[in-house]
Write a protein that binds this ligand. Structure first.
Ligand code: GAR
Length: 197
């Protein structure tokens, strides 16, 4: 029996990317194929609606409220302890809206990935869709990348592009990109699992 590969997914909000990954794992049989399981979904926001979504998909959830901690370092240390309780092979950031400390990032080096709603290296940070429209971009999209100490940098694993239409608002563009996120992120996680020994 190969070593089990636990996946821990971190969320802050609606968790639609998390759900896409959990559903792909269940429907494609990642347990049988890769010995991979989504072991837990952890949110830094107690009110994140993605928590119920995870539970409805049969995944255990945990909450670690960042507001209970005095510093970013203290929160990240507690988060690492929670995550490490699952002995994860891979930690997946899925709309986890926290800047991570260098200590956290180096602890999970090579097994920490993120999805960002732009065609990186363009538009790191927030309000990516509004900024793509304002810049006159003809294309927008999303990027799955390995997480390194610099925000929204790190080796690119996968990208998907969509057109920016003349009457797009940030909301309509975000919705078009999100459809691609739900296709791309499970595929990138699957690709990562396939490349593991
Ligand atoms: C997604 O669009 C994701 O790319 C973005 O937040 C949304 C989360 O949606 N992430 C970032 O902006 C990270 N900087 P979800 O909770 O429904 O997956």
């Amino acid at each position: 029996m190969p070593h089990p590969k636990n996946i821990v997914i971190l969320i802050s909000g609606s968790g639609s990317n998390m759900a896409a990954i959990v559903q792909a794992a269940q429907q494609q049989g990642w347990q049988q194929q890769f010995s991979a399981t989504v072991a837990a979904v952890i949110s830094n926001r107690p009110g994140a609606t993605g928590l119920q979504l995870a539970q409805s998909l049969g995944v255990a959830t945990q909450v670690l409220d960042h507001r209970a901690f005095e510093s970013r370092e203290a929160f990240d240390a507690a988060l690492m302890q929670l995550i490490d309780g699952h002995q994860p092979a891979l930690v997946v950031l899925a709309g986890f809206m926290r800047i991570l400390t260098p200590g956290f990032v180096s602890h999970y080096a090579g097994r920490l990935i993120n999805i960002h709603p732009s065609l990186l290296p363009a538009f790191t940070g927030l309000n990516t869709h509004q900024r793509a429209i304002a810049a006159g971009c003809r294309e927008a999209g999303c990027t799955v990348h390995q997480v390194t100490a610099e925000l929204d940098h790190g080796p690119i694993l996968a990208q998907a592009a969509v057109p920016v239409l003349p009457d797009d608002t940030a909301e309509t563009l975000a919705a078009r990109v999100l459809v691609e996120e739900h296709r791309l992120y499970p595929q990138a996680v699957r690709g990562w699992l396939q490349n593991q020994p």
